[in-house]
Design a protein around this ligand. Structure first.
Ligand code: ZN
Length: 396
């Protein structure tokens, strides 16, 4: 596994290297960790080492043979790569049109994975693994390898999306291990998988990426530094999540990527709705930021507001040295840190958490915002977030 370096994932990689070097490669692995931290890349590099025609000392891949090149380009006959996709059944499509849309989306996803190591597809609807895909995978594993006695590798991304009849099909594959067949599953968390699946896999943990690494990756894609820093600070160590803010969903009619300006709009909505409302009407800001009917975007706004109050809390508890997610709003954050008692700041963070889960269970965004503003004591009458001055508030 030469060139097998991925920032921040030394532990996972040394575990895989040791497996290759000792020749004790397991039947099934579960790579778990946030989206866009290198799980797929690591799976491909592991597959490359297993499939290399001229492995060098310690079983590492040569990186130059035809097999090595084919693996990273996702066109090796002994490598199968499954990605979950939405069913595309909505919007009045016939079954056949839905299947066409699905294979078109698959082609786009594969092309991007072959060229962008940390690519994370974004969909508006939950992606799933189809029974047909898993049947194809089972067949793939049962055929003999192209190279005599060679390995065959199945990579399954988004293993938490193996549910229902697909789970049944997949369990059959897992329960009947065949020699020289290696399964690599990728998922955010082992507990998101069916226990019958997770318990049959060797777990390999991938860590969240440092904020600085994510900010740097965003900046290299042309995002301005302050916005890159903010997105990085609010993406919980997941470059996939960070890039998700800038990607157009693959299953939406809108093809234009939202980009940096759109993220800035969401941040403006977060402060306008949850920090300093200019008026009592909530619909205006909701519509301007296109979050009224888009739960995903609304949750981003709520999370950005929660990060704002975490910044305030950090300033209060740690002081000037505390790094801020919303670094460009430092003056506002300082003012709120002086004006609001700790108990108010923590209450606001809690209220934001609560409305996030309320919206996930079908409360409308407008209602959630109105309720949150009321409970936070926010109103257009006060200019500052600490709208209601309280006696002794600054000393609490
Ligand atoms: Zn090779």
């Amino acid at each position: 596994m030469s060139e097998f370096t991925l920032r921040g994932q030394d532990q996972a990689l040394s575990l895989l290297r040791a497996a290759i070097a000792s020749g004790h490669v397991g039947h099934a692995y579960l790579f778990h960790g946030p989206a866009g931290v290198g799980k797929t890349r690591a799976a491909l590099l592991f597959a490359r080492a297993l499939l290399c025609e001229r492995p060098v000392a310690g079983g590492e891949s040569c990186g130059t043979c035809a097999s090595c090149a084919a693996v990273l380009g996702l066109r090796h006959p002994d490598l199968e790569f499954l990605v979950p996709l939405p069913t595309f059944r909505a919007e009045g499509r016939t079954e056949r049109q839905a299947e066409e849309a699905r294979s078109e989306a698959r082609a786009v996803v594969m092309r991007r994975f072959a060229t962008e190591p940390l690519f994370t597809p974004v969909f508006t609807r939950p992606p799933v693994h189809s029974v047909e895909d898993l049947a194809r995978a089972k067949q793939f594993l049962s055929f003999t390898a192209q190279r005599e006695g060679g390995a065959k590798v199945l990579i399954v991304k988004g293993a938490e999306a193996i549910t229902g009849p697909a789970a049944h099909a997949f369990l059959k594959i897992l329960e009947e291990p065949q020699p020289r067949r290696v399964l690599i599953l990728g998922a955010r968390q082992p507990r998101a998988l069916l226990p019958t699946i997770a318990s049959r896999c060797l777990l390999v943990r991938f860590r969240p990426l440092p904020t600085a690494v994510i900010a740097e990756a965003l900046a290299s894609r042309g995002v301005s530094k302050p916005v890159a820093r903010l997105i990085a600070a609010t993406s919980q160590g997941s470059l996939g999540r960070a890039l998700g803010f800038l990607e157009a969903p693959l299953d939406s009619a809108v093809r234009e990527a939202p980009g940096e300006a759109d993220f800035t709009k969401l941040r403006a909505a977060a402060t306008e709705l949850f920090v300093r409302p200019k008026s009592a009407a909530v619909l205006g800001p909701l519509r301007r930021a296109r979050i009224e009917r888009d739960r995903g975007r609304f949750l981003t706004v709520v999370s950005l507001a929660a990060y704002y109050y975490r910044d305030v809390l950090r300033r209060k508890l740690i002081g000037k040295d505390a790094p801020l997610a919303h670094a460009d709003l430092e003056r506002d954050i300082d003012a709120d840190a002086r004006a609001l008692p700790v108990s108010d700041v923590t209450a606001r963070i809690r209220i934001l958490d609560e409305i996030a889960s309320a919206v996930q269970s079908n409360v409308t965004a407008a209602y959630a915002v109105a309720a949150a503003q009321y409970r936070m004591g926010l109103g257009p009458d006060g200019a500052r977030a600490g709208a209601r001055p309280r006696a002794g508030a600054a000393h609490a």
